[in-house]
Design a protein around this ligand. Structure first.
Ligand SMILES: [Zn+2]
Length: 82
């Protein structure tokens, strides 16, 4: 399965330097993500790319960036700059 963003559809093959964050397992957090993205159901493999988070919500660290605890997506409309 291709790793892609469940909101804007960016996929890892095209956006190699992007980070994709898995939907949280914790129910309250999961619900916030769901409400934000307006998903009818949330599946475990759903991910959002870094475009939906503010810089402050992401730890840029090795080997891969992590989302801070309680990070909720904020940006729905993202301009694709290619
Ligand atoms: Zn995205």
């Amino acid at each position: 399965m291709v790793l892609s963003c469940a909101l804007c559809g960016k996929d890892k093959r095209q956006f190699k330097n992007y980070s994709f964050f898995m939907v949280p397992k914790e129910p309250d957090m999961r619900k916030k993500w769901q409400e934000f993205a307006k998903w009818t159901n949330v599946l475990d493999h759903y991910r959002l790319c870094e475009d939906h988070f503010s810089v402050e919500q992401i730890y840029k660290r090795y080997p891969r960036p992590l989302l801070k605890k309680n990070a909720v997506p904020q940006y729905v409309n993202v301009l694709l700059i290619i």
